[in-house]
Design a protein around this ligand. Sequence first.
Ligand code: SF4
Length: 389
Amino acid sequence: MPLTKPSIENDALMARYPFLPQGNGFLKIVLEKNGITVNDLIEETWLEEVRARGRVRLLESVMHKEGVDSATTIDLTSDLGKMTESLSFLYAMLVVCASFNERLLARWVEGEASRADQLFGMDEENFILLAKSYISDIKEIPDKLGRKVTYWIPMSDFIELCPRISGNYWRLINRPVENGWVCMNSGAGETSQQRTARLIKERIREDLTNSCLERMNKMDDSFAELFSDPVERVSKLLSEQVKEEMPMTAAIREDWPPCFESAVAELSQGINVNHTGRLFLASMSLAMGISQEQACGFFVNAPDYSADTTNYQINQIYERKYTPHGCAALKTGARCPVSPGDDRLCDQEWLTHPLKYLKAKQRRRFQGNAERVIIQENDKKSLNEDNSS
Ligand code: SF4
């Protein structure tokens, strides 16, 4: 993040993008100017429209794979419109923080960051100002006719952000570089501005997540309790939505090791999964007998999803018969979600590979089924004996 952010005097702009790093001060001013306290935001009748817009923003990020709708019907030229748009964001953020649910947080942040990506990609007038709020610098070079602009960004920003995005465009070796500047030329059907906005989305996601985690840590239970109704509603919706989006496979879900389960769950919620996690997901799917098509289905909600790249990469893994990583490599690659005491099977010394976890679970399930069949047969037998006597 740049050490000094550009100051933004335009209130309509701040209302459209209240998540900007400069947004905290702006939201405080809006609250003060309108004589609103955080408690008013929760209960005052005249603020119902703000809460309703906040709920829509929140539900859209939970329900829509592509993030919240970038279009708003609120008139940002009026003071009421600016207040509604900016405070609805604050209300949604407070509900998310009061849930203390990191999955809900990730989902909401993904929705807001995707929305920002779309809006930044279209906002030619303010793009430089917006970009300078998230990256250390940016320069625009017009083409010879002065019609099209290509953006260049410092290599340090590119190197930090590009590993989080899949696709050849985002590898430094494929980007023109000059004197420490990386060329963000148009590609994959997007303009230079849209490509740069996609990169900035990664900073927005990180910045918003960090500031919400900080709020969550400071929030006490009595304050969080004030949001219990909307939290309950949105958490229920999230769990229903996740269940609906989860692709079911031939393998029984309860047998899945936590590392596989968490990779599938995170991708289906639009959370970025690192390279180790993606490779593991594909190779483990192969080892579990999941079809190539179903394995591709796990990636559909990934923030950087591209059907062609996914099909190609999964095909490579299935053709070359990659073996899934063991527990040690997954732990090193930050893809083992359990800590000692979380899962009794994972705590076993012999459990060195997720496939061992799967086999142990299946063995137990078959034993359990066999025992149930024996009990049922014995019950039937004794019933027959009773009847005949
Ligand atoms: S201990 Fe092994 S099987 Fe269990 S979650 Fe971690 S990586 Fe997966």
